[in-house]
Ligand binder design. Structure first.
Ligand code: C2O
Ligand code: CU
Length: 489
């Protein structure tokens, strides 16, 4: 362990999370703390769980690990990561190819997990080995990139934490992964996608959970410094995340956005998060055991309680609370001056693009059409007028743009629709820096929410060669046309 003690008791730390993730089934991590490699076996398959209370039945969730709750992998910056994906989607209508995309990680293109663009889809019963060294610490996640609406919709996702950004230690480090489930009263799944939802703001679920639990209560050390890694892993819901300190004490501070530490932490009022966006928070737990801090979603007519943190145990005696816990990551800094913006219009599809008869891989193999392409049969959305797929007879569509390696690019994301769109670029971390509608505090992100009629500017250094997806992370929008890719050469 390279965490320093600084004279504070760290004995209890392991009870509250830091070490706990390593004990999950499927992760090999040698006995004492961190070694130079971590490996995980991720078997995508159905494992039913009781999501709704009885008498509702179990929900046939898809997951990667045998343990309950979302898969959480913790590793340290500099460690090599090796993950073996086994496709166990074998039964009946589950029989589908899959892949894993490591969302937010700036890793080599061949490890990016996009079927047909970066790898062949992993067929049922087959396996694929991912191997990379995450370049930056932070809170990331991973999910399939093939029939995502059904696979992610039924639970297939996990959290990847890369430690190494703390300059002062926390007393607890918690993952809060948000989901809203499309389930029926008997616990079975409802249809993940509806035409009405796909063509508007997305199809919402009816059971909101954090770590697959309804309004969980997390015990946190009284008076301790708490880090909460909040992830919106839903397919459609927006969240206005806020914190309510019932003891009347101070609120929380935003310390990292999409895993990227902020140079100057921001006191949290509320923060709007679309699907795939993450926010790391720091707060001081109440000093009286039993007192509570609540995590709330204010993006609703009535605020929704998401989770509660309850102070417990001996009280920590701490210096005054300082929110600057994290070191700023070493990210490629775009030189924005004088760079002309490239417009990317988020719009409705004018006409559905024809589906291909079949697809020809670079090696000449032909694949039979739609199901193996991981496509949806409907098209509602477009990027610069192009829908995905615009596959003409056996070819992937051309890239939206070809970028020169190591150059800075500015994209103006122009939302011409009445719905917000969380736009995600693979393989890069961009700086969100200007909007025509609101004041933006410049920050690094990999997914950013573009409001209706907003023109939002992002800049980045195209330093990672390959073909990188650029799409809306409302999965129904992604799968009905709002998806494309850029090529960095
Ligand atoms: Cu998390 Cu292509 O997405
Ligand atoms: Cu969208």
């Amino acid at each position: 362990m390279t965490l320093q003690n600084r004279g504070y008791p760290i004995r209890r730390r392991s009870l509250f999370g830091l070490g706990a993730g390593l004990l999950l089934a499927g992760i090999a991590q040698h006995a004492h703390g961190y070694t130079d490699a971590v490996s995980a076996k991720l078997t995508a398959k159905q494992r039913s769980r009781q999501l709704l209370p009885a008498p509702a039945g179990m929900t046939p969730l898809l997951s990667y690990f045998d343990t309950a709750g979302p898969a959480v992998i913790r590793m340290r910056q500099g460690q090599r990561f090796h993950a073996r994906l086994e496709n166990g989607l074998l039964g009946g209508n589950l029989q589908e190819p899959t892949t894993i995309h490591w969302h937010g990680l700036r890793i080599p293109n061949a490890m990016d997990g996009v079927p047909f663009l970066t790898q062949a889809p992993v067929e049922p019963g087959d396996a694929f080995e991912y191997e990379f060294t995450p370049p930056s610490p932070g809170t990331f996640f991973f999910h399939p990139h093939c029939d995502t609406v059904n696979q992610l919709g039924q639970g297939l996702a996990g959290v990847l934490i890369v430690a190494g950004d703390e300059k002062c230690p926390f007393d607890a480090d918690l993952v809060c992964a948000y989901r809203d489930w499309r389930i029926n009263d008997d616990g079975s799944f409802a249809a993940m996608m509806t035409d009405k939802g796909a063509a508007t703001a997305g199809t919402f679920g009816k059971l909101q959970t954090v770590n697959d639990l309804v309004q969980p209560v997390f015990k946190v050390p009284a008076g301790g410094d708490i880090r909460v890694r909040f992830l919106n892993l839903d397919m459609a819901r927006l969240i206005d995340l806020g914190v309510e300190n019932a003891s009347g004490g101070p609120g929380a501070w935003m310390i990292a956005i999409d895993g990227n530490a902020l140079a100057d932490p921001i006191e949290l009022d509320t923060w709007r998060m679309g699907p795939a966006m993450r926010l790391d928070l720091a707060f001081r737990a109440p000093s009286r055991p039993g007192e509570r801090v609540r995590l709330m979603n204010y993006y609703a007519a009535e605020p929704v309680l998401l989770a509660t943190f309850e102070a417990t145990g001996d009280v920590y005696q701490r210096r005054d609370f300082q929110p600057d816990f994290l070191m700023v990551p070493d990210l490629p800094e775009p030189k924005l001056d004088g760079v002309e913006a490239w417009p990317l219009r988020l719009g409705a599809a004018s006409a559905p693009s024809p589906l291909p008869a079949d697809l020809k891989l670079p090696d000449g193999t032909r694949l039979p059409s739609v199901s193996s392409l991981c496509l949806s049969p409907h098209v509602f959305w477009a990027l610069n007028g192009n829908t995905w797929p615009t596959v003409q007879q056996g070819h992937l569509p051309p890239p939206l743009a070809t970028l020169t390696r190591d150059q800075t690019y500015v994209l103006e994301l122009i939302n011409e629709t009445p719905h917000p769109h969380p736009i995600h670029l693979h393989g890069h971390t961009f700086k969100v820096f200007a909007s025509n509608k609101r004041k933006v505090t410049p920050h690094f992100a990999d997914t950013t929410l573009v409001r209706p009629n907003e023109r939002l500017k992002i800049g980045f250094v195209a330093d990672n060669p390959g073909d990188w997806m650029l799409h809306c992370h409302i999965i129904e929008h992604q799968e009905t046309g709002m998806m494309g890719y850029v090529r960095v050469t």
